[in-house]
Design a protein around this ligand. Structure first.
Ligand code: SAM
Ligand code: SF4
Length: 510
Protein backbone atom coordinates (compact mmCIF):
# COMPACT_ATOMS: atom_id res chain seq x y z
CA UNK A 1 0.00 0.00 0.00
CA UNK A 2 1.29 3.47 -0.90
CA UNK A 3 2.62 5.57 1.97
CA UNK A 4 1.52 8.87 0.39
CA UNK A 5 -2.11 9.66 1.00
CA UNK A 6 -4.28 12.57 -0.15
CA UNK A 7 -7.64 14.06 0.63
CA UNK A 8 -9.40 16.19 -1.99
CA UNK A 9 -12.46 18.35 -1.46
CA UNK A 10 -14.20 19.92 -4.44
CA UNK A 11 -16.24 23.12 -4.52
CA UNK A 12 -18.29 24.53 -7.39
CA UNK A 13 -19.47 23.50 -10.82
CA UNK A 14 -19.40 20.28 -12.85
CA UNK A 15 -16.20 21.45 -14.53
CA UNK A 16 -14.55 21.44 -11.11
CA UNK A 17 -16.03 18.05 -10.24
CA UNK A 18 -14.61 16.61 -13.44
CA UNK A 19 -11.26 18.40 -13.02
CA UNK A 20 -11.08 16.72 -9.61
CA UNK A 21 -11.68 13.32 -11.22
CA UNK A 22 -8.68 14.00 -13.44
CA UNK A 23 -6.61 15.30 -10.52
CA UNK A 24 -7.44 12.17 -8.48
CA UNK A 25 -6.45 9.93 -11.42
CA UNK A 26 -3.20 11.84 -11.82
CA UNK A 27 -2.35 11.59 -8.11
CA UNK A 28 -3.12 7.87 -8.04
CA UNK A 29 -0.90 7.36 -11.09
CA UNK A 30 1.86 9.18 -9.16
CA UNK A 31 1.59 6.65 -6.32
CA UNK A 32 -0.77 8.48 -3.97
CA UNK A 33 -3.74 6.82 -2.30
CA UNK A 34 -7.00 8.71 -1.80
CA UNK A 35 -8.44 8.80 1.72
CA UNK A 36 -11.80 9.95 3.02
CA UNK A 37 -10.74 12.30 5.81
CA UNK A 38 -8.24 15.10 6.35
CA UNK A 39 -6.97 13.25 9.45
CA UNK A 40 -5.75 10.29 7.36
CA UNK A 41 -4.12 12.42 4.65
CA UNK A 42 -0.53 13.54 4.10
CA UNK A 43 -1.60 15.91 1.34
CA UNK A 44 -4.82 17.93 1.66
CA UNK A 45 -6.14 19.56 -1.50
CA UNK A 46 -9.02 21.93 -2.07
CA UNK A 47 -10.31 22.36 -5.62
CA UNK A 48 -11.89 25.76 -5.30
CA UNK A 49 -14.58 27.94 -6.86
CA UNK A 50 -14.62 31.74 -6.94
CA UNK A 51 -17.72 32.35 -9.02
CA UNK A 52 -19.44 34.04 -6.07
CA UNK A 53 -17.97 35.50 -2.91
CA UNK A 54 -19.68 32.86 -0.73
CA UNK A 55 -17.97 30.02 -2.57
CA UNK A 56 -14.60 31.69 -2.10
CA UNK A 57 -15.15 32.28 1.61
CA UNK A 58 -15.91 28.58 2.14
CA UNK A 59 -12.39 27.74 1.02
CA UNK A 60 -10.76 30.20 3.37
CA UNK A 61 -12.90 28.82 6.20
CA UNK A 62 -11.64 25.34 5.38
CA UNK A 63 -8.09 26.57 5.26
CA UNK A 64 -8.39 28.11 8.71
CA UNK A 65 -9.41 24.63 9.96
CA UNK A 66 -5.99 23.28 9.03
CA UNK A 67 -4.41 25.16 11.90
CA UNK A 68 -5.19 22.17 14.07
CA UNK A 69 -3.47 19.85 11.59
CA UNK A 70 -0.38 21.81 10.69
CA UNK A 71 1.69 20.40 13.53
CA UNK A 72 1.07 16.91 12.16
CA UNK A 73 3.15 17.74 9.10
CA UNK A 74 0.34 17.70 6.57
CA UNK A 75 0.85 19.45 3.26
CA UNK A 76 -1.89 21.73 1.93
CA UNK A 77 -2.67 22.69 -1.63
CA UNK A 78 -5.22 25.05 -3.18
CA UNK A 79 -6.30 24.27 -6.74
CA UNK A 80 -8.84 25.80 -9.12
CA UNK A 81 -10.37 29.22 -9.49
CA UNK A 82 -9.54 30.76 -6.08
CA UNK A 83 -5.95 29.58 -6.57
CA UNK A 84 -5.77 31.28 -9.96
CA UNK A 85 -7.56 34.42 -8.81
CA UNK A 86 -5.73 35.00 -5.54
CA UNK A 87 -2.41 33.51 -6.65
CA UNK A 88 0.44 34.03 -4.25
CA UNK A 89 -1.82 36.10 -1.99
CA UNK A 90 -3.04 32.74 -0.69
CA UNK A 91 0.38 32.21 0.86
CA UNK A 92 -0.10 35.48 2.75
CA UNK A 93 -3.56 34.59 3.99
CA UNK A 94 -2.70 30.95 4.61
CA UNK A 95 1.10 30.67 5.01
CA UNK A 96 1.14 26.91 5.45
CA UNK A 97 -0.26 26.22 2.01
CA UNK A 98 2.51 24.68 -0.12
CA UNK A 99 0.86 24.36 -3.52
CA UNK A 100 -1.28 26.89 -5.41
CA UNK A 101 -2.31 25.90 -8.93
CA UNK A 102 -4.98 27.17 -11.34
CA UNK A 103 -6.83 24.75 -13.62
CA UNK A 104 -4.92 25.87 -16.71
CA UNK A 105 -1.77 24.41 -15.09
CA UNK A 106 -3.15 20.99 -14.19
CA UNK A 107 -1.46 19.19 -17.03
CA UNK A 108 1.79 19.97 -15.19
CA UNK A 109 0.44 18.52 -11.96
CA UNK A 110 2.71 15.44 -11.93
CA UNK A 111 5.69 17.75 -12.28
CA UNK A 112 4.41 20.05 -9.52
CA UNK A 113 3.79 17.07 -7.22
CA UNK A 114 7.32 15.83 -7.74
CA UNK A 115 8.64 19.32 -7.05
CA UNK A 116 6.60 19.40 -3.87
CA UNK A 117 7.94 16.04 -2.70
CA UNK A 118 11.50 16.99 -3.57
CA UNK A 119 11.21 20.32 -1.76
CA UNK A 120 9.76 18.56 1.27
CA UNK A 121 12.48 15.95 1.36
CA UNK A 122 15.11 18.69 0.91
CA UNK A 123 13.49 20.49 3.85
CA UNK A 124 13.71 17.36 5.98
CA UNK A 125 17.44 17.16 5.27
CA UNK A 126 18.20 20.58 6.77
CA UNK A 127 19.64 20.16 10.25
CA UNK A 128 17.24 21.51 12.82
CA UNK A 129 19.99 23.44 14.64
CA UNK A 130 20.92 25.32 11.47
CA UNK A 131 17.35 26.39 11.01
CA UNK A 132 17.00 27.51 14.59
CA UNK A 133 20.20 29.47 14.07
CA UNK A 134 18.52 31.24 11.16
CA UNK A 135 19.93 29.44 8.15
CA UNK A 136 19.39 30.82 4.65
CA UNK A 137 16.55 29.35 2.55
CA UNK A 138 17.09 25.77 1.48
CA UNK A 139 18.46 25.19 -1.97
CA UNK A 140 16.02 24.12 -4.66
CA UNK A 141 15.60 20.34 -5.00
CA UNK A 142 18.25 18.46 -7.00
CA UNK A 143 17.98 17.88 -10.77
CA UNK A 144 15.81 15.00 -11.95
CA UNK A 145 17.09 11.53 -12.61
CA UNK A 146 15.19 9.64 -15.27
CA UNK A 147 11.70 9.09 -13.92
CA UNK A 148 12.77 10.36 -10.53
CA UNK A 149 13.10 13.78 -9.00
CA UNK A 150 12.19 16.86 -11.01
CA UNK A 151 14.31 19.21 -12.99
CA UNK A 152 15.86 21.89 -10.81
CA UNK A 153 12.72 23.29 -9.29
CA UNK A 154 12.11 26.91 -10.07
CA UNK A 155 13.91 26.84 -13.42
CA UNK A 156 10.66 27.02 -15.36
CA UNK A 157 9.13 30.41 -15.29
CA UNK A 158 5.63 28.96 -15.39
CA UNK A 159 6.05 26.78 -12.31
CA UNK A 160 7.90 28.25 -9.44
CA UNK A 161 9.16 26.66 -6.29
CA UNK A 162 10.28 28.43 -3.19
CA UNK A 163 11.58 26.17 -0.49
CA UNK A 164 12.41 28.32 2.49
CA UNK A 165 11.93 25.39 4.74
CA UNK A 166 11.93 24.93 8.45
CA UNK A 167 11.87 21.52 10.07
CA UNK A 168 11.49 20.32 13.57
CA UNK A 169 11.99 17.06 15.32
CA UNK A 170 8.72 15.34 16.03
CA UNK A 171 7.94 13.65 19.33
CA UNK A 172 9.51 10.41 18.20
CA UNK A 173 12.52 12.23 16.85
CA UNK A 174 11.34 12.04 13.21
CA UNK A 175 11.70 15.24 11.25
CA UNK A 176 8.56 16.79 9.90
CA UNK A 177 7.91 20.11 8.26
CA UNK A 178 7.11 22.38 11.15
CA UNK A 179 4.89 25.37 11.60
CA UNK A 180 7.52 27.58 10.02
CA UNK A 181 7.82 25.41 6.87
CA UNK A 182 7.41 27.48 3.72
CA UNK A 183 7.46 25.24 0.68
CA UNK A 184 5.73 27.04 -2.12
CA UNK A 185 4.94 25.54 -5.50
CA UNK A 186 2.85 27.59 -7.88
CA UNK A 187 1.22 26.84 -11.23
CA UNK A 188 -0.46 30.08 -12.12
CA UNK A 189 0.76 31.56 -15.34
CA UNK A 190 -0.81 29.30 -17.94
CA UNK A 191 -3.97 31.21 -18.82
CA UNK A 192 -2.73 31.92 -22.34
CA UNK A 193 -2.06 28.26 -23.01
CA UNK A 194 -3.49 26.52 -26.08
CA UNK A 195 -3.40 23.16 -24.35
CA UNK A 196 -6.12 21.28 -22.51
CA UNK A 197 -5.77 19.07 -19.43
CA UNK A 198 -5.91 15.65 -21.05
CA UNK A 199 -4.96 12.66 -18.99
CA UNK A 200 -5.43 8.94 -19.39
CA UNK A 201 -5.82 8.71 -15.60
CA UNK A 202 -9.33 10.03 -15.00
CA UNK A 203 -10.82 8.54 -11.82
CA UNK A 204 -14.54 8.80 -12.60
CA UNK A 205 -16.65 8.50 -9.50
CA UNK A 206 -19.75 7.06 -11.19
CA UNK A 207 -19.36 3.85 -13.25
CA UNK A 208 -22.36 4.50 -15.52
CA UNK A 209 -22.40 8.21 -16.27
CA UNK A 210 -19.32 10.34 -16.89
CA UNK A 211 -18.12 13.73 -18.01
CA UNK A 212 -15.90 14.56 -20.96
CA UNK A 213 -14.43 18.06 -21.23
CA UNK A 214 -14.58 19.28 -24.83
CA UNK A 215 -13.57 22.91 -24.33
CA UNK A 216 -11.76 24.72 -21.54
CA UNK A 217 -11.64 28.41 -20.61
CA UNK A 218 -13.91 31.17 -21.86
CA UNK A 219 -13.50 34.17 -24.18
CA UNK A 220 -16.90 35.72 -23.55
CA UNK A 221 -15.97 38.11 -20.71
CA UNK A 222 -19.47 38.68 -19.35
CA UNK A 223 -19.05 41.77 -17.20
CA UNK A 224 -19.77 40.02 -13.86
CA UNK A 225 -17.83 36.79 -14.35
CA UNK A 226 -14.41 35.64 -13.12
CA UNK A 227 -14.17 32.57 -15.35
CA UNK A 228 -12.16 34.12 -18.23
CA UNK A 229 -9.65 35.34 -15.64
CA UNK A 230 -9.45 32.09 -13.69
CA UNK A 231 -9.79 29.43 -16.37
CA UNK A 232 -7.98 31.20 -19.15
CA UNK A 233 -8.70 31.54 -22.83
CA UNK A 234 -10.98 29.24 -24.78
CA UNK A 235 -9.32 26.11 -26.15
CA UNK A 236 -11.02 23.06 -27.63
CA UNK A 237 -9.91 19.46 -27.67
CA UNK A 238 -9.79 17.69 -31.00
CA UNK A 239 -13.00 15.88 -31.89
CA UNK A 240 -10.84 12.82 -32.47
CA UNK A 241 -9.65 12.76 -28.85
CA UNK A 242 -13.16 13.45 -27.51
CA UNK A 243 -14.55 10.57 -29.59
CA UNK A 244 -11.70 8.28 -28.54
CA UNK A 245 -12.53 9.02 -24.89
CA UNK A 246 -16.24 8.41 -25.54
CA UNK A 247 -15.48 5.03 -27.17
CA UNK A 248 -13.20 4.10 -24.31
CA UNK A 249 -15.93 4.96 -21.81
CA UNK A 250 -18.49 2.91 -23.76
CA UNK A 251 -16.05 -0.04 -23.71
CA UNK A 252 -15.85 0.33 -19.92
CA UNK A 253 -19.64 0.12 -19.63
CA UNK A 254 -20.59 3.80 -19.40
CA UNK A 255 -23.90 4.52 -21.08
CA UNK A 256 -24.33 8.22 -20.36
CA UNK A 257 -21.88 10.95 -21.30
CA UNK A 258 -22.05 14.63 -20.47
CA UNK A 259 -19.97 16.94 -22.65
CA UNK A 260 -18.59 19.80 -20.61
CA UNK A 261 -17.35 23.32 -21.17
CA UNK A 262 -18.11 26.84 -19.96
CA UNK A 263 -19.46 27.50 -23.39
CA UNK A 264 -19.74 24.21 -25.30
CA UNK A 265 -21.27 25.65 -28.42
CA UNK A 266 -18.30 27.85 -29.20
CA UNK A 267 -16.39 24.56 -29.64
CA UNK A 268 -13.86 24.74 -32.49
CA UNK A 269 -12.24 21.51 -33.57
CA UNK A 270 -8.55 22.39 -33.73
CA UNK A 271 -7.50 19.59 -36.07
CA UNK A 272 -8.64 17.77 -39.17
CA UNK A 273 -9.46 18.61 -42.77
CA UNK A 274 -11.54 21.74 -43.48
CA UNK A 275 -15.14 21.45 -42.32
CA UNK A 276 -17.45 19.52 -44.60
CA UNK A 277 -14.68 18.02 -46.79
CA UNK A 278 -15.26 14.44 -45.64
CA UNK A 279 -16.11 12.21 -42.69
CA UNK A 280 -12.84 13.07 -40.98
CA UNK A 281 -13.15 16.82 -41.39
CA UNK A 282 -13.31 19.28 -38.50
CA UNK A 283 -16.51 18.94 -36.55
CA UNK A 284 -18.84 21.67 -35.36
CA UNK A 285 -20.23 21.28 -31.87
CA UNK A 286 -23.52 19.88 -33.22
CA UNK A 287 -21.61 17.34 -35.35
CA UNK A 288 -19.47 16.31 -32.40
CA UNK A 289 -22.59 15.95 -30.24
CA UNK A 290 -24.22 13.73 -32.85
CA UNK A 291 -21.04 11.67 -33.30
CA UNK A 292 -20.77 11.04 -29.53
CA UNK A 293 -24.46 10.04 -29.58
CA UNK A 294 -23.67 7.48 -32.28
CA UNK A 295 -20.89 5.75 -30.35
CA UNK A 296 -22.09 2.14 -29.92
CA UNK A 297 -23.15 1.49 -26.32
CA UNK A 298 -23.89 5.14 -25.48
CA UNK A 299 -27.57 5.62 -24.64
CA UNK A 300 -27.62 9.20 -23.39
CA UNK A 301 -25.61 12.30 -24.20
CA UNK A 302 -25.98 15.60 -22.37
CA UNK A 303 -24.06 18.83 -22.70
CA UNK A 304 -23.52 21.92 -20.60
CA UNK A 305 -23.24 24.90 -20.65
CA UNK A 306 -24.61 26.58 -23.74
CA UNK A 307 -24.19 30.31 -24.29
CA UNK A 308 -27.24 31.72 -26.13
CA UNK A 309 -25.05 33.78 -28.45
CA UNK A 310 -23.48 30.66 -30.00
CA UNK A 311 -26.50 28.37 -29.67
CA UNK A 312 -27.30 27.37 -33.26
CA UNK A 313 -30.35 25.74 -34.76
CA UNK A 314 -28.09 22.86 -35.78
CA UNK A 315 -28.02 21.74 -32.13
CA UNK A 316 -31.81 21.33 -32.14
CA UNK A 317 -31.55 19.53 -35.52
CA UNK A 318 -29.01 17.15 -33.97
CA UNK A 319 -31.36 16.43 -31.04
CA UNK A 320 -34.13 15.77 -33.55
CA UNK A 321 -31.93 13.42 -35.59
CA UNK A 322 -30.09 11.44 -32.92
CA UNK A 323 -32.33 9.71 -30.33
CA UNK A 324 -29.51 9.28 -27.80
CA UNK A 325 -29.14 13.06 -27.41
CA UNK A 326 -31.13 13.93 -24.30
CA UNK A 327 -34.08 16.24 -24.67
CA UNK A 328 -32.74 18.80 -22.24
CA UNK A 329 -30.91 22.07 -22.87
CA UNK A 330 -29.48 24.34 -20.16
CA UNK A 331 -29.49 27.81 -21.70
CA UNK A 332 -28.56 30.48 -19.11
CA UNK A 333 -30.39 33.73 -19.76
CA UNK A 334 -29.16 35.74 -16.71
CA UNK A 335 -31.80 38.46 -17.19
CA UNK A 336 -35.02 39.04 -19.11
CA UNK A 337 -34.17 42.69 -19.73
CA UNK A 338 -32.20 43.62 -22.84
CA UNK A 339 -30.89 46.69 -21.01
CA UNK A 340 -29.40 44.52 -18.26
CA UNK A 341 -28.16 41.92 -20.76
CA UNK A 342 -26.32 44.73 -22.46
CA UNK A 343 -24.71 45.87 -19.19
CA UNK A 344 -23.79 42.25 -18.51
CA UNK A 345 -22.10 42.08 -21.95
CA UNK A 346 -24.06 38.96 -22.75
CA UNK A 347 -24.06 39.73 -26.51
CA UNK A 348 -27.73 38.90 -27.15
CA UNK A 349 -31.08 40.58 -26.64
CA UNK A 350 -34.18 39.20 -24.99
CA UNK A 351 -35.72 38.67 -28.43
CA UNK A 352 -32.70 36.79 -29.74
CA UNK A 353 -32.81 34.58 -26.66
CA UNK A 354 -36.51 33.91 -27.23
CA UNK A 355 -35.79 33.04 -30.85
CA UNK A 356 -33.54 30.18 -29.63
CA UNK A 357 -36.30 29.07 -27.25
CA UNK A 358 -38.70 29.01 -30.21
CA UNK A 359 -36.33 26.68 -32.13
CA UNK A 360 -36.38 24.30 -29.18
CA UNK A 361 -40.14 24.49 -28.80
CA UNK A 362 -40.49 23.54 -32.47
CA UNK A 363 -38.36 20.39 -32.01
CA UNK A 364 -39.80 16.93 -32.71
CA UNK A 365 -39.37 15.88 -29.06
CA UNK A 366 -40.37 18.10 -26.15
CA UNK A 367 -37.11 19.63 -24.96
CA UNK A 368 -36.82 20.46 -21.29
CA UNK A 369 -35.25 23.91 -20.84
CA UNK A 370 -33.41 25.12 -17.75
CA UNK A 371 -31.58 28.36 -17.07
CA UNK A 372 -29.44 30.51 -14.75
CA UNK A 373 -30.55 33.95 -13.58
CA UNK A 374 -28.68 36.67 -11.71
CA UNK A 375 -30.83 39.06 -9.66
CA UNK A 376 -29.74 42.46 -8.41
CA UNK A 377 -27.15 43.21 -11.10
CA UNK A 378 -26.02 46.87 -10.66
CA UNK A 379 -28.72 49.17 -11.99
CA UNK A 380 -31.40 46.44 -12.32
CA UNK A 381 -34.65 48.37 -11.89
CA UNK A 382 -38.00 47.01 -10.76
CA UNK A 383 -39.09 46.99 -14.38
CA UNK A 384 -35.95 45.07 -15.47
CA UNK A 385 -36.69 42.54 -12.75
CA UNK A 386 -40.34 42.36 -13.85
CA UNK A 387 -39.07 41.57 -17.37
CA UNK A 388 -37.16 38.58 -15.94
CA UNK A 389 -40.24 37.33 -14.09
CA UNK A 390 -42.22 37.69 -17.28
CA UNK A 391 -39.59 35.72 -19.20
CA UNK A 392 -39.87 32.81 -16.74
CA UNK A 393 -43.57 32.67 -17.53
CA UNK A 394 -43.04 32.99 -21.27
CA UNK A 395 -40.45 30.21 -21.49
CA UNK A 396 -41.92 27.92 -18.80
CA UNK A 397 -38.55 26.67 -17.59
CA UNK A 398 -38.20 23.20 -16.10
CA UNK A 399 -35.70 24.51 -13.54
CA UNK A 400 -34.02 27.82 -12.73
CA UNK A 401 -30.74 28.30 -10.87
CA UNK A 402 -30.94 31.82 -9.50
CA UNK A 403 -28.18 33.77 -7.80
CA UNK A 404 -27.81 37.13 -6.11
CA UNK A 405 -25.29 39.22 -8.02
CA UNK A 406 -21.92 38.93 -6.32
CA UNK A 407 -19.27 41.55 -7.19
CA UNK A 408 -16.09 39.72 -8.20
CA UNK A 409 -12.47 40.84 -8.38
CA UNK A 410 -11.11 41.95 -11.78
CA UNK A 411 -14.53 42.01 -13.45
CA UNK A 412 -15.77 45.13 -15.32
CA UNK A 413 -19.10 45.21 -13.45
CA UNK A 414 -17.22 45.93 -10.23
CA UNK A 415 -16.92 49.51 -11.46
CA UNK A 416 -20.63 49.95 -12.18
CA UNK A 417 -22.67 52.27 -9.97
CA UNK A 418 -26.13 51.61 -8.62
CA UNK A 419 -25.33 48.72 -6.37
CA UNK A 420 -28.51 47.01 -5.12
CA UNK A 421 -28.59 46.42 -1.34
CA UNK A 422 -28.25 42.81 -0.29
CA UNK A 423 -31.74 42.72 1.31
CA UNK A 424 -33.25 43.83 -2.00
CA UNK A 425 -31.29 41.17 -3.89
CA UNK A 426 -32.55 38.61 -1.37
CA UNK A 427 -36.13 39.83 -1.83
CA UNK A 428 -35.91 39.58 -5.62
CA UNK A 429 -34.40 36.11 -5.34
CA UNK A 430 -37.26 34.98 -3.13
CA UNK A 431 -39.92 36.45 -5.44
CA UNK A 432 -38.29 34.81 -8.45
CA UNK A 433 -37.99 31.40 -6.83
CA UNK A 434 -41.61 31.53 -5.61
CA UNK A 435 -42.77 32.31 -9.15
CA UNK A 436 -40.65 29.51 -10.62
CA UNK A 437 -42.01 27.09 -8.04
CA UNK A 438 -45.55 27.82 -9.24
CA UNK A 439 -44.46 27.29 -12.85
CA UNK A 440 -42.85 23.94 -11.98
CA UNK A 441 -45.80 22.74 -9.89
CA UNK A 442 -48.01 23.18 -12.96
CA UNK A 443 -45.54 21.81 -15.50
CA UNK A 444 -44.46 18.73 -13.51
CA UNK A 445 -48.14 17.76 -13.05
CA UNK A 446 -48.41 17.27 -16.80
CA UNK A 447 -46.28 14.14 -16.56
CA UNK A 448 -48.75 12.27 -14.33
CA UNK A 449 -50.10 9.28 -16.24
CA UNK A 450 -47.23 9.22 -18.77
CA UNK A 451 -44.32 6.76 -19.04
CA UNK A 452 -40.76 7.97 -18.64
CA UNK A 453 -37.51 6.08 -19.09
CA UNK A 454 -35.04 6.61 -16.26
CA UNK A 455 -31.46 5.65 -15.63
CA UNK A 456 -31.60 4.14 -12.14
CA UNK A 457 -29.32 6.08 -9.80
CA UNK A 458 -29.81 4.34 -6.46
CA UNK A 459 -32.17 3.20 -3.75
CA UNK A 460 -33.37 4.89 -0.60
CA UNK A 461 -33.71 1.85 1.69
CA UNK A 462 -35.60 3.74 4.42
CA UNK A 463 -38.29 4.78 1.96
CA UNK A 464 -38.10 1.56 -0.10
CA UNK A 465 -37.88 3.85 -3.10
CA UNK A 466 -35.55 3.92 -6.09
CA UNK A 467 -34.39 7.09 -7.69
CA UNK A 468 -33.70 7.74 -11.35
CA UNK A 469 -33.21 10.52 -13.85
CA UNK A 470 -35.23 11.07 -17.00
CA UNK A 471 -33.82 12.16 -20.35
CA UNK A 472 -35.38 15.56 -19.48
CA UNK A 473 -33.02 15.59 -16.48
CA UNK A 474 -35.82 15.32 -13.95
CA UNK A 475 -35.49 13.29 -10.77
CA UNK A 476 -38.06 10.48 -10.69
CA UNK A 477 -38.44 8.51 -7.45
CA UNK A 478 -40.27 5.24 -7.87
CA UNK A 479 -41.32 2.03 -6.20
CA UNK A 480 -40.88 -1.45 -7.64
CA UNK A 481 -43.17 -4.46 -7.13
CA UNK A 482 -41.99 -7.25 -4.81
CA UNK A 483 -39.28 -9.31 -6.49
CA UNK A 484 -38.20 -6.55 -8.87
CA UNK A 485 -34.98 -4.78 -7.98
CA UNK A 486 -33.71 -2.57 -10.78
CA UNK A 487 -29.93 -2.19 -10.68
CA UNK A 488 -28.14 1.14 -10.44
CA UNK A 489 -27.08 2.14 -13.94
CA UNK A 490 -29.87 0.16 -15.64
CA UNK A 491 -32.68 1.78 -17.63
CA UNK A 492 -36.29 1.30 -16.60
CA UNK A 493 -39.71 2.40 -17.74
CA UNK A 494 -41.70 4.20 -15.04
CA UNK A 495 -45.36 5.16 -14.89
CA UNK A 496 -45.54 8.64 -13.34
CA UNK A 497 -48.14 8.74 -10.55
CA UNK A 498 -47.39 12.00 -8.75
CA UNK A 499 -45.43 15.21 -8.89
CA UNK A 500 -43.67 17.74 -6.66
CA UNK A 501 -42.14 21.10 -7.62
CA UNK A 502 -38.71 19.52 -8.20
CA UNK A 503 -39.32 15.82 -8.77
CA UNK A 504 -41.71 13.17 -10.03
CA UNK A 505 -43.07 10.05 -8.36
CA UNK A 506 -43.82 6.75 -10.08
CA UNK A 507 -43.99 2.97 -10.27
CA UNK A 508 -41.71 0.63 -12.16
CA UNK A 509 -43.40 -0.93 -15.17
CA UNK A 510 -42.50 -4.64 -15.32
N1 SAM B 1 -20.71 29.66 -18.86
C1 SAM B 1 -22.00 29.64 -18.33
C2 SAM B 1 -22.84 30.74 -18.96
O1 SAM B 1 -22.43 31.50 -19.74
O2 SAM B 1 -23.99 30.86 -18.60
C3 SAM B 1 -22.08 29.71 -16.84
C4 SAM B 1 -20.90 29.62 -16.00
S1 SAM B 1 -21.00 30.11 -14.33
C5 SAM B 1 -19.97 28.91 -13.67
C6 SAM B 1 -22.56 29.56 -13.73
C7 SAM B 1 -23.50 30.67 -13.35
O3 SAM B 1 -23.01 31.39 -12.26
C8 SAM B 1 -23.75 31.72 -14.39
O4 SAM B 1 -24.64 31.29 -15.38
C9 SAM B 1 -24.30 32.87 -13.59
O5 SAM B 1 -25.69 32.79 -13.48
C10 SAM B 1 -23.66 32.65 -12.24
N2 SAM B 1 -22.68 33.70 -11.96
C11 SAM B 1 -21.50 33.92 -12.59
N3 SAM B 1 -20.90 35.01 -12.06
C12 SAM B 1 -21.72 35.48 -11.08
C13 SAM B 1 -21.65 36.59 -10.20
N4 SAM B 1 -20.63 37.43 -10.22
N5 SAM B 1 -22.66 36.77 -9.32
C14 SAM B 1 -23.72 35.92 -9.29
N6 SAM B 1 -23.84 34.86 -10.12
C15 SAM B 1 -22.85 34.64 -11.01
FE1 SF4 C 1 -18.69 33.47 -17.36
FE2 SF4 C 1 -19.98 34.51 -19.44
FE3 SF4 C 1 -17.94 32.82 -19.84
FE4 SF4 C 1 -20.26 31.91 -18.86
S1 SF4 C 1 -19.92 32.81 -20.88
S2 SF4 C 1 -18.21 31.44 -18.12
S3 SF4 C 1 -20.93 33.58 -17.59
S4 SF4 C 1 -17.82 34.84 -18.94
Amino acid sequence: MSSKTFYLETFGCQMNVHDSEKVVGTLVSEGYRQVETVEEADLVLYNTCSIRDKAEQKVFNRLSDYKKYKKQGKTFGVLGCVAQQEGEKIFERAPYVSLVAGSASYRRLPEMLRQLEAAESAAREIPFDRLRAGSPPAAAPPPAKAGGLPENAGLRDDASVVATAGTSAGKSGSRKPAAESLIRITGLDDRETDECFETEFTARSNPHRGYITIIEGCDKFCSYCVVPYTRGKERSRTSESVLAEARQMADLGYTEIQLLGQNVNSYKDPEGKPAGSNKNSRKTFAELLAAVGEVPGIRRVRFTTSHPRDFGRDIVDAIDAVPTLCDHVHLPVQSGSTRVLDAMQRLYTRDQYLERIAWMKAAKREISITTDVIVGFPGETESDFAATLDLLEEVGYDAVFAFKYSPRPNTPSLKLDDAIPDEEKARRLEVLMAKQREIQIASYKRYIGTHCEVMVEGKNEARAQYSGRTSHNKTLNFTAPAGASPKTGSYASILVTGSFPNSLLGELVV
